[in-house]
Write a protein that binds this ligand. Structure first.
Ligand code: NAP
Length: 468
């Protein structure tokens, strides 16, 4: 059988899914790319901060992939709800799961679910107009907010809380969030790290951007940057330029004169949340109790946060928990509960004993965990597709009973009334960008699945009013 007759279903149309599709097409395979939403691009559409349009322009690369012969997009199809893994195995020589890590890690502390405490993942999905989160309510009337975590998502959400209304107005922030963020009362955001400045997971451009906000001064107490002996020695010996530059940037911030901007973003380190206490209306969060930490190496040499026994209380009416993502299991697919990932060896889906199934693969965050930038997924896709090519060579792919591509389309049309294709997405895209032009924004996002399906299938679709 030539590669051209080998057909793959890639599940999840985010960066990992698109890079995998590109690699599979390069290998001569045919690819059907599925997404649970009618729209493609995953976290590029629903995760990347709206004030980072350059990062979003990577979709041009994905559009080129979508234009290649052998590629089809099926939107609005949820694996596990609309279709089953076994039905895919009956129709494809292989499945590659690129579903990302869609849920948040939990702190596991008292008061975590008080009103006013939210997972950053939900806040991000809300301001980016993900249909599943468009109806969430975020009370932004508090003047003090704490963002827990020292990664780039923590920086994104802190920045979004403090952007000037004019900076926000030119973005593709979903309309409901645009209005709420422009009215937000937040004056002071604390970014809280459980370890020290030399362990922060920020990348340099993101940390630098905090110092460039139009209406917020960045504040760091020099005492926060005094390094313990282990961190100092590690920093001295490390070749990690990102960490060194982060510490330099933080030192510059500590020395910086306040510029008299009306809002503040403050960075604090070596504090772990231990309880969210009430104090707001109806039991809403009023403050955060934290344990102070010191840094100690563990048995493997990693530098860990160890409690000192000293506690502090930080006043806040809004808490965003930004401590990383984890995956959700898919029915019938081996899952590592501890790591929150699909079990795999180098991208081949395997069970607990390491036995790999024929024709099932995994790529992106659900394979390796939520790490790296968008481009990291390209190398990851190259690695997984290399395994696929090896298996194809050795005839170790799945043997589907019904590999007919037209049959797939018929089956899906019967199963999913709102199925969208690439042409349908292009119609949604035209609709959103046309509306955006009139407002000086890249696009005005549709946030209801029903509106997306209407825009995809009815060329004269007019936006509902009011939007929500
Ligand atoms: P991340 O980079 O892994 O950061 C997670 C943070 O949460 C770390 O500071 C971690 O501290 C902290 N944390 C974990 N468990 C905690 C706990 N129980 N208590 C307190 N703190 C805890 O994750 P992320 O920010 O979600 O980002 C995910 C990936 O997307 C990253 O690779 C990131 O660079 C990328 N991203 C990139 C951009 C961009 O390029 N502009 C934007 C957004 C996201 P420890 O280090 O101590 O574990």
């Amino acid at each position: 059988m030539s590669n051209g007759e080998i057909r793959f279903a890639v599940i999840g149309a985010g960066p990992a899914g698109f890079y995998t599709a590109e690699q599979l097409l390069n290998g001569g395979f045919a690819v059907d790319l599925f997404d649970a939403l009618p729209t493609p691009f995953g976290l590029v559409r629903a995760g990347v901060a709206p004030d980072h349009p350059k990062i979003k322009s990577v979709t041009r690369v994905y559009e080129r992939t979508a234009a290649r012969p052998g590629f089809r997009f099926f939107g609005g199809v949820e694996l596990g709800a609309d279709i089953a893994r076994e039905e895919l195995l009956a129709r494809y020589h292989g499945i590659c799961y690129a579903v990302g890590t869609s849920t948040d890690n939990r702190l596991g502390i008292p008061g975590e679910d008080r009103p006013g405490s939210h997972a950053a993942t939900e806040f991000v999905a809300w301001y980016n107009g993900h249909p599943d989160y468009a109806d969430r309510a975020f009370d932004l009337s508090a003047t003090r907010a704490v963002v827990i975590g020292n990664g780039n998502v923590a920086i994104d959400v802190a920045r979004m809380l403090l952007l000037d209304p004019e900076e926000l107005a030119v973005t593709d922030t979903a309309d409901h969030a645009l209005e709420a963020l422009q009215r937000a009362q937040v004056q002071h955001v604390t970014l809280l790290g459980r370890r020290g400045p030399a362990q922060a997971a920020f990348t340099n451009p993101e940390l630098r951007e905090l110092g460039e906000l139009a209406r917020a001064d960045v504040v760091v107490d020099p005492a926060e940057l005094e390094l313990d002996e282990h961190s100092a020695a590690r920093l001295e010996s490390t070749g990690d330029k990102v960490v060194r530059r982060n510490v330099e940037l933080l030192r510059e911030y500590a020395l910086r004169e306040r510029r008299g901007k009306p809002r503040r973003i403050e960075l604090k380190f070596l504090r772990s949340p231990i309880a969210l206490l009430g104090g707001g209306q109806d039991g809403a969060v009023g403050c955060l109790r934290v344990m102070c930490n010191r840094i100690e190496p563990d048995a493997s040499g990693d530098l860990r946060a160890v409690p000192t026994g000293e506690e502090e209380v930080l006043e806040c009416g809004l808490v965003l928990r930004s401590i990383g993502y984890r995956g959700r299991p898919l029915p019938g697919v081996p899952f590592d509960e501890r790591r929150g990932l699909i079990r795999n060896v180098g991208g081949r889906v395997c069970d607990e004993e390491g036995r790999c199934s024929h024709g099932e693969y995994v790529v992106g965050w659900i394979k390796r965990g939520p790490s790296g930038v968008i481009g990291t997924n390209k190398k990851d896709a190259v690695d997984t597709v290399a395994r696929i090519l090896e298996d194809a060579e050795l005839s170790r792919l799945n043997r589907p009973e019904q590999p007919d591509p037209d049959g797939v389309q018929q089956w899906l049309r019967g199963r999913v009334p709102g199925l969208t294709t690439w042409a349908g997405w292009e119609a949604i895209d035209r609709f959103e960008t046309t509306l955006g032009v009139s407002q000086g924004r890249p696009r005005v996002k549709l946030i209801r699945v029903s509106d997306m399906i209407d825009a995809a299938t009815r060329p004269r679709f007019r936006a509902p009013s009011p939007w929500r």
